[in-house]
Design a protein around this ligand. Sequence first.
Ligand SMILES: Nc1nc2c(ncn2[C@@H]2O[C@H](COP(=O)(O)OP(=O)(O)OP(=O)(O)O)[C@@H](O)[C@H]2O)c(=O)[nH]1
Ligand SMILES: [Mg+2]
Length: 328
Amino acid sequence: MAYADNRGTDDPPQEFYDHSLKLWTDSGTQEAYCRSSEYQLIDSAKYFLDQIETIRREDYIPTDQDILRCRVITTGISKIDFTLKDAAHDVNFSVYDVGGQQGERRKWIQVFESCTAVLFVADMSSFDLQLREDSTRNRLIESLDTFKQTWNNRFLKNVSIILFLNKMDILEEKVNSGTSLQTLADKISEDSPYYAHLQNFKSYTPSDDEVREFVDAQPANIDTSGPKSNDNTTRPRSRSRGSSISRKADINLLNKTIPNPEVIKTAAFIKNMYMAIVHDERRMSVHDSHFCRYFYTCAVDTDNVRKVLEGCRSIIIQTWLDKIFVLG
Ligand SMILES: Nc1nc2c(ncn2[C@@H]2O[C@H](COP(=O)(O)OP(=O)(O)OP(=O)(O)O)[C@@H](O)[C@H]2O)c(=O)[nH]1
Ligand SMILES: [Mg+2]
């Protein structure tokens, strides 16, 4: 976009920032912002609007964080090739990025055939929001349905899914400001396949292992134990890993901050809603040759992403080697 008094540049006039600032600091706008679950607003709106004074400066250069916060809807399929070292070998990866909106999903099948693993990014924070493309559909329910279709897809019966339970920072912010998953449990139709599960939310208490796992995954933690500390799997976990550090006292020993218990409860409960799909469907033998492993993530936290992707790299390479071994 080019502006009338800044012809030839993409920079808005300073006047634009004056008006934006006035609007954003207005009490009515702030009140409307607090009710943003009632309409469509991008997650990063506050992040950028809080920085108007910085962004308006002529010498402003977006930081990495600013770039990560931008919203660019994916349409079509883009392929990114890169090489990573694994021990002494170079391993070539191709990542296909597909769009998550309803109209984009029918294109996914084009890349199913050749893939080693699916990285499914679930938005943990949108349990109080409706879809942009269909205002009658709750976003969490839509995501669970999409996950179920992916897990059950006949072309993916040998392909494992790495589930990113993403936007944990926004979930935390929302729950801390009083938004509860209970509202969805109260209003969901009895006909919904998730009705019965959601009715357990009120009385649900996460297990010690679930608390530990959640605290371990906190973006700002100082965990130095490596990528495996932030993962879980549908395969049985070894007793040595699960049982040795599962008490709240042990969590304190690890010097981690324990978030609001309601945040942990909400996150673990939503995680269980996704994993219930895996466990329920697993009873059928068709699911014996793939698994689902999940990670709590915050995609705008580069340390968290680095740590999680390290874990994913090992999982993907191992899955690929397992396939070669079976084929050979
Ligand atoms: N605060 C926060 N924002 C996030 C996180 N993950 C993504 N976002 C923001 O959410 C918005 C959407 O991110 P995208 O990467 O475009 O989402 P996408 O899943 O690729 O969406 P489609 O391309 O439509 O499928 C961007 O503004 C991101 O900055 C997160 O963990 N925390
Ligand atoms: Mg995208």
